[in-house]
Design a protein around this ligand. Structure first.
Ligand code: PMP
Length: 437
């Protein structure tokens, strides 16, 4: 006879509900994610997901590359590899990073399963529960999810049109430290920000680095969009000015293919050693096969021309978005003018609520991501993120026309009833899911 076990405090839906670690309790799918199941119908114009337009890749060339790799070097390409990543690819990554002014040694680089994993590893090796991470207002939802998973205290620092405000950063550091709390890092996306769509000018980057040096705080520089600038210049990374104070994250997701899941971190020597050990514990090694595809592509194809193809394509889409916003949006609506990357950040007229409005927008066959997802503290109700990376320009125009119609209706409702209805979004930020990344 098996021993009688005490009943578990679970439910029929999830009998393990009482067993999860504290760090998993906050992990929940948002109501918004359910709405996005509807929003992925073809008739809906989705300005929500940050999906790169991989359709513009030379797919035949990539197919040949992958086939050749397996045929000629299959025994190594399909085998486990180094935990730090392939050394030839690490050297090629140095060439990619020379465009943003980063000079490093192949030993300083660790290849990861997308830069998302690099983010996870950095937080894993630095943060204890309760440690403070300073982030922009708003910040990348996928990073917020990681900070929360490691039970960090996320503190938002204001941005202006040039990004993170150095004075506000200093004040926040003083305030948090005066509370006796430990700050572990400043997380920033200096180029073509997700979701704010703005970029830090060189002077601002210098000021932020000065604060970090003065306060002896690590800068975690997340830079997947730097090569996707539309105005003819590539912003110089903060890491280009200081190799010791900054951990730099890069990715092939936006310049080649997000599905290959190849990104990297560049870190000071001691940090890099910890990251490799943490990576080996998590996944043993990054995929040898997809590293091989990236490496072959870089070695045999004019990859900078491919980045230029993406840049031109996204510029055209950015123009379609900005033109149609200017044409259709009612007074009181504001948005950022991205000079690169995938996103514009829109502020609704006073009194409107982007989360409450989303079901009506989806009904009108247009989708976006409400601003509250990019904060941990309930800010962002009047904001929404518009992504122009995936839909064709004509679809973008149609999507904006539909969205403007919904905002007009909301304004009518709020003029009649005082305020628009609200959809409750428990817990603020929740994991985005890959479709919203
Ligand atoms: N950082 C930022 C700012 C991003 O926007 C994304 C993807 N949306 C990532 C990191 C993760 O990218 P990946 O893991 O595909 O390299």
């Amino acid at each position: 006879m098996p021993p009688e076990l005490p009943p578990r405090p679970g439910s029929r839906l999830d009998p393990w509900i009482g067993s999860y670690a504290d760090r998993a309790v906050g992990m929940k799918a948002s109501e918004i994610r359910a709405l996005f199941a509807v929003a992925s119908r073809p008739e809906v114009v989705s300005l929500a997901g940050g999906m790169p337009y991989v359709d513009a890749l030379p797919l035949d060339t990539l197919a040949d590359t992958a086939a050749r790799l397996i045929r000629d070097r299959g025994a190594s390409a399909l085998q486990y590899g180094s935990g730090q990543g392939d050394v030839i690819l690490r050297e090629q990554i140095l060439d990619v990073m020379s465009d943003v002014g980063v000079i490093a040694h192949p030993d300083d680089v660790i290849v990861t399963t997308g830069s998302q994993m690099a983010l996870d590893l950095v937080v894993r090796v630095f943060c204890n529960p309760g440690d403070v991470v300073l982030v922009e207002s708003p910040s990348y939802v996928g990073a917020l999810g990681i900070f929360q998973a490691y039970e960090c205290d996320v503190v938002h620092v204001p941005m202006d049109e040039h990004g993170l405000v150095p004075e506000a950063l200093s004040e926040t550091i003083d305030r948090v430290r005066a509370d006796g709390r430990t700050i572990k890092m400043i997380y920033t996306i200096p180029s073509f920000h997700n979701p704010a769509g703005i970029s830090q000018p060189a002077e601002r980057r210098k000021e932020i680095l000065e604060v970090a040096l003065r306060e002896d705080l690590l800068v975690l520089e997340d830079d997947p969009y730097a090569l996707l600038g539309f105005e003819g210049h590539i912003p110089r990374a903060i890491r280009a000015e200081d190799a010791e104070q900054v951990v730099y994250l890069g990715s092939f997701s936006k310049t080649l293919a997000s599905g290959l899941r190849v990104g990297w971190a560049v870190a000071p020597h001691g940090v890099r050693e910890k990251l490799v050990l943490a990576a080996e514990a998590a996944v043993l090694c990054p995929s040898n096969f997809t590293q091989g595809v990236v490496s072959e592509f870089l070695a045999t194809q004019p990859w900078r021309d491919q980045v230029a193809v993406f840049r031109d394509l996204y510029r055209e889409r950015r123009d379609a978005l900005l033109d149609s916003l200017a044409t259709h949006m009612p007074p009181g609506t504001h948005w950022t003018h991205p000079e690169g990357g995938f996103y514009s950040w829109l502020t609704l007229p006073e009194g409107l609520d982007a989360t409450a409005m989303l079901p009506r927008a989806v009904n009108a066959l247009v989708a976006y991501v409400p601003g509250t997802g990019f904060y941990v503290d309930g800010q962002g109700r009047r904001n929404l993120r518009l992504s122009y990376c995936y839909p064709e320009p004509e679809r973008i125009r149609e999507g904006v026309r539909r969205l403007a119609g919904v905002i007009d209706e909301e304004l009518d409702i709020s003029a009649t009833f005082g305020t628009a209805a609200t959809l409750h979004q428990p817990g603020g930020n929740t994991a985005p899911g890959p479709d919203l990344a």
